[in-house]
Design a protein around this ligand. Structure first.
Ligand SMILES: C[S@@+](CC[C@H](N)C(=O)[O-])C[C@H]1O[C@@H](n2cnc3c(N)ncnc32)[C@H](O)[C@@H]1O
Length: 290
């Protein structure tokens, strides 16, 4: 990531959640906070997707399709992760690469939980300016700037008051793909060093898929036609993992796999009408316990 520029993919997934709220899988998914985290210009496309009316202009249409696709992919991912957090209530929650994650402001189940939000410093600065005076539902929220490619996650967490002798739930959503395999492995090691027995690690990652790479190429070509810089030029994908490789990585750090589902299966269980079959097929959520 660019050292000074906040993540744009974090905005896209937040737009997806705002667009999906009350529109997709309403009984299982709700994110009434996402819209509040967006800037005025970012809300325009969200409103169009919510209304289900594609704009006429090519530039607006490209943005519309990206937010619409994001909404479809984000719902099963969010529901699976929320369920995994609720199923094992723990006193600490570390959200790694938090972006515009709003669980600390959205989930009443976190009322007794200390939340640590880890993110790239530029993205975290941007988020803090968006949060404004929104009050968290979590017991506490601490912002801990960490660049996974340069900084030590374990020492940053220790300085922020994370208690390694107590159990922790960890969420790592939409981040692994942007890190190299070595960076992913080093981060899992750091997580392990601060995970008491009973801790839970929830990882969203990408399985290798040629079709997903073609999809990104198409999206890049579309954004080029509207003279916008592609999201994936600033935030290139660096690693994908087979389920077996992810399971091995987690096991090597003392986390036993509890389940590992692809997003398509999760979306079908929620009866979501599927357009983004390929993206859903390659995205996965693994839940591992110590
Ligand atoms: C697609 S967004 C996902 C945000 C959030 N987890 C969600 O799902 O809404 C990717 C996130 O990864 C973070 N990220 C990417 N590379 C990073 C790095 N080297 N160090 C720390 N965070 C990083 C970005 O700042 C951004 O918040």
């Amino acid at each position: 990531m660019d050292a000074d520029r906040a993540s744009r993919t974090a905005v896209l997934v937040c737009q997806g959640r705002a667009a999906a709220h009350g529109r997709i899988a309403e009984r299982r998914f709700a994110d009434p906070v996402a819209m509040a985290l967006l800037r005025d210009d970012e809300r325009v496309t969200v409103r169009r997707v919510r209304a289900g009316v594609p704009p006429k202009g090519w530039g607006e249409r490209v943005e519309f399709e990206m937010v619409r696709a994001s909404a479809e992919v984000i719902v099963p991912r969010t529901v699976a992760i929320d369920d995994a957090v609720r199923a094992r209530p723990l006193p600490q929650l570390v959200i790694m690469g938090a972006g515009l994650d709003d669980r600390a402001w959205r989930m009443p189940e976190l009322a007794t939980v200390d939340v640590f939000e880890i993110d790239h410093p530029a993205s975290q600065r941007d988020k803090r300016s968006r949060i404004g005076d929104l009050r968290p539902l979590a017991k506490s929220v601490r912002f801990v700037p960490v660049d996974f490619t340069r900084d030590r996650l374990d020492t940053a967490l220790a300085s922020a008051g994370h208690r390694h002798e107590e159990v922790t739930a960890w969420i790592w959503e939409g981040v692994v793909a942007y890190l190299s395999r070595a960076e992913v492995a080093a981060t899992v090691q750091a997580v392990s060093s601060r995970s008491a027995v009973g801790s839970r690690l929830i990882v969203n990652y990408q399985a290798p898929a040629l079709s997903a790479a073609f999809g990104r190429m198409a999206a890049r070509a579309m954004t080029a036609t509207i003279r916008r810089r592609s999201l994936w030029a600033d935030e290139p994908r660096r690693s994908s993992w087979t389920p077996a490789a992810m399971s091995e990585l987690l096991a090597g750090s003392g986390f036993g796999l509890n389940r590992d589902d692809d997003l398509l299966t999760l979306a079908q269980a929620l009866s979501i009408p599927v357009r983004q079959r390929r993206s859903l097929q390659s995205g996965r959520v693994a839940i591992a316990d110590r």
